[in-house]
Design a protein around this ligand. Structure first.
Ligand SMILES: [Zn+2]
Length: 332
């Protein structure tokens, strides 16, 4: 059975304010008293943007932590015997988009979803034990800011965040005990979305690489061909070996940070090889011409961000010496 992420595709219509009947925080761990948001019951929603009413309403904070679905989606979930949620009616006290106000609107429901899978967070081993809760490994409140930043980066880029597949509770819809705030589902839900042609959903394999899914529309659940052709997004490194990518980097002019170019394609591709390109990139920083040095320093910064390679203070200084325009925060 495949496990997938259950996201919205477009962020509009956008639920920017959601008030649930019961909304409070509860302790995620009794040891450190780290809390999580908890809601239950019917909700009132304020919506902005959007040109049509879709089967799922987006929204960050709201949409990410809340699952708002149309009547016909709920009907499907009930017919298929999908488990793991409680559904409550949604009312709309404000709809900012004049276009949306003119259209007839389906009924919507908000789901309360329980935790159902754990993520291995091996990066926590890099934090001294004294700053971690012995029970849940969460960072203690009094921990220094640098560890807070470190964890934020790790979770943001999901560099070392691996789903523990056998920790799955077996429910069809669920959230993580730890890791990114979001929803997950079994393949049954994907099949239902395909069969019924739900709009504005986005599914990815739970273990797909985040930097690959970021610019992908997700598994093509609306395609006629079934099962879908691709379960995972294409990788930026597809089609060339690491040595070929590095050779390309050596021959390309440094494009500057925001320009689409061959060199930029190499920066995107190299993280697929994790730490392997690092020695050659340092050689280029030391021995290359100006373009090569800048390209290599930039590629190292991408590797720092996207796969979490370690940099010593001295190495940070060497990168900044080549790229003095780079914000030092990118190397943290
Ligand atoms: Zn704890």
């Amino acid at each position: 059975m495949r496990i997938l992420t259950l996201d919205y595709r477009e962020a509009h219509p956008w639920a920017y304010r959601v008030r649930s009947e019961t909304e409070r925080t509860r302790f995620r761990c009794e040891g450190c008293r780290i809390s999580e948001e908890y809601y239950e019951g019917s909700a009132d929603v304020e919506v902005q943007d959007g040109a049509k009413w879709t089967d799922r309403i987006g929204g960050d904070g709201a949409g990410r932590a809340r699952l708002i679905i149309s009547d016909r989606v709920l009907e499907g979930l009930l017919e298929y015997g999908i488990t793991g949620f409680r559904a409550y009616p949604v009312s709309f006290s404000k709809i900012s988009s004049a276009r949306l106000r003119k259209l007839s609107r389906p009924n919507y429901h908000i789901l309360t979803v329980e935790q159902g899978i754990e993520f291995e967070q091996s990066f926590r081993a890099d934090i001294p034990n004294e700053w971690l809760c012995p029970n849940c490994k969460a960072l203690k409140r009094e921990a220094p800011q640098e560890y807070r930043d470190f964890i934020y980066n790790e979770i943001q880029w999901q560099r070392r965040l691996t789903p523990i597949l056998n920790s799955w509770s077996g429910l069809d819809i669920f959230r993580g005990h730890n890791g990114p705030a979001g929803f997950y589902c079994s393949e049954k839900v994907l099949e239902l979305a395909h069969e019924r042609g739900w709009t504005n959903f986005r599914f990815n394999m739970i273990d797909a690489t985040t930097r690959h899914t970021a610019w992908w529309a997700g598994i093509d659940y609306l395609s006629k061909a079934w099962p879908p052709e691709r379960w995972y997004p294409p990788a930026p490194s597809d089609g060339k070996t690491m040595v070929e990518w590095l050779t390309l980097l050596r021959s390309e002019p440094y494009p500057g940070p925001a320009v689409e170019s061959q060199a930029r394609k190499v920066y995107e591709a190299l993280p697929d090889f994790e730490e392997a390109p690092v020695p050659e990139l340092w050689r280029m920083v030391a021995e290359g011409n100006e373009d090569q040095r800048k390209n290599a320093a930039t590629a190292l910064q991408w590797l720092r961000r996207q796969v979490g390679i370690r940099l010593t203070d001295d190495e940070r200084q060497r990168i900044l010496a080549v790229r003095p325009d780079m914000p030092p925060s990118l190397l943290r």
